[in-house]
Design a protein around this ligand. Structure first.
Ligand code: PMP
Length: 444
């Protein structure tokens, strides 16, 4: 059967079948160029991906140089230089005990591999009954079926129910704005969340739990929600008490986005398994990775000898070369300092512009990972009726003003409240931060 291809419908299956989006044809710095020449300020770095902005010459050069040398070699026979160098850069100094890196093609694949690594670890150490995972509501871990099961986003899961995996159950997120009781201290909130996790371990049988999985700073589902102080220490303690692993999903919040290379560095803990992607390749190549603690890799090495999981594009030389170049640029240009400084400036400017707005309930985040949350009523924190599709309307108004933001939240994500998420490239200037807030202000 022939499908009609009209100007509003292309041969590429688009996210929305209703309107064909404009064509992006170029970019420079924080700007994207549309067909016809209009320039759009990319204030969410794509999907919090383009951490160095667009068309960075050093990354393009690294991709070209690697393509000239070697494009593919099966990992069943070979390793390759960019993968080795990238792993050395990421885990060579064993940050927090993370000793090896496993390179895949994106965030969902990294989460899938994290789940299977945890399962295999317990198999190797003679605890095969540990098949249960605890994650959190209002979380997103990816769109493949395993990762979707891990996520706590009811609306995204609904069309595909029943999902493949009954292995995941969910506890409350650490979301102070909506989750803390009136008058509750941060300490009491954390203690309550730790008690809830403990109760979930007890319900499942602590000996059956493989891991607790969480986004270090919650991204698209709830809008840049940093954990309350001491939260991850408390969660880590519950996992340790029962011999379970801690898996952190830093696909969105990691690789410098919050001002440190890993967001967990600000929490005084480290994970056993960590998923990264997005900013790792900076959008120049599809790449994700799992960083794995020494004790997990040792158990596998001393057990069956190999991680029983693989993809055709594991440790592909070109994405690894691009990601290595991204790391070099971040270091050479001291960009984590800019993330911290511009992140603070963005928070200040958002507070100045929206702090007294009748419908802005919260302004939050870390580094260049910030969100404003819109509510019907500030005092009661009542969210807008999802039928009003507020976030979609703001996204549209902002885009019309030459600003690409990442609204997330709202109806699709099934979250209380509508947030607008901003994750500009690490190279953003003070002037561009001002422009982002001005244009967003007009849109809101
Ligand atoms: N985990 C988190 C926290 C994410 O934000 C995302 C992507 N938004 C994923 C996993 C999935 O990554 P990908 O889209 O690259 O598969």
């Amino acid at each position: 059967m022939n499908v009609a291809v009209t100007p509003r419908r292309s041969r590429v299956l688009q996210r929305s079948s209703v309107t064909l989006p404009p064509k992006a044809v170029g970019g420079h710095g924080v700007w994207l160029v549309e067909e016809g020449g209009r320039e759009v300020l990319d204030a969410s770095g794509g999907a919090a991906v383009s951490c160095l902005g667009h068309q960075h010459p050093a990354i393009i050069e690294a991709i070209k140089a690697q393509a000239d040398k070697l494009c593919y070699a099966h990992t069943g026979f070979f390793t390759n230089e960019p993968a080795e160098a990238l792993a050395e850069k990421l885990v060579g100094h064993e940050p927090g005990g993370l000793a090896q890196a496993y390179f895949v093609a994106g965030g969902s694949e990294a989460v899938e591999a994290s789940i299977k690594l945890a399962r295999q670890y317990f198999l190797e150490i003679g605890q095969p009954q540990r098949t249960r995972f605890i994650a959190r509501t209002q979380s997103y871990h990816g769109n493949t079926l395993g990762a979707l099961s891990a996520g706590g986003n009811a609306a995204r899961k609904a069309p595909y129910a029943p999902l493949l995996s009954p292995a995941f159950s969910h506890v409350s997120p650490a979301f102070a704005y909506h989750g803390a009781e009136p008058g509750e201290s941060e300490e009491a909130h954390v203690a309550r969340l730790a008690a809830e996790l403990e109760a979930e371990f007890q319900r499942l049988g602590p000996q059956n739990v493989a891991a607790f999985m969480a986004e270090t700073v919650v991204g698209a589902t709830a809008g840049c929600v940093p954990p309350p102080a001491g939260y991850f220490k408390a969660m880590r303690a519950v996992c340790d008490r029962h011999g379970a692993l801690l898996i952190l999903d830093e696909v969105m919040s990691g690789m410098g986005r919050t001002g440190t290379l890993h967001a967990w560095e600000q929490e005084g803990i480290s994970p056993d398994i960590q998923a990264i992607a997005k900013g790792l390749g900076g959008g120049y190549q599809p790449i994700g990775a799992v960083l794995v603690a020494g004790r997990v890799v040792d158990a596998i090495e001393q057990g069956s000898g190999a991680f029983q999981h693989g993809h055709t594009y594991l440790a592909h030389p070109i994405p690894c070369a691009a990601a290595l170049a991204v790391q070099h640029v971040i270091e050479r240009e001291g960009l984590l300092e800019n993330v911290k400084a511009m992140g603070e400036l963005l928070q200040q400017r958002l507070a100045a512009r929206f702090g007294n707005h009748a419908h802005v309930g919260d302004i939050r985040g870390r580094g260049l990972f910030r969100a404003i949350e819109l509510v019907e009523d500030r005092a009661s924190r009542t969210p807008f009726d999802p039928a009003r599709k507020l976030n979609a309307r703001i996204k549209k108004e902002a885009f019309a003003r030459g600003l690409a933001c990442y609204p997330g939240g709202g109806t699709l994500d099934g979250v209380a409240g509508d947030h607008v998420l901003l994750a500009p490239p690490y190279i953003v200037s003070a002037e561009e931060v001002g422009l982002i807030v001005d244009r967003l202000g007009e849109a809101v």
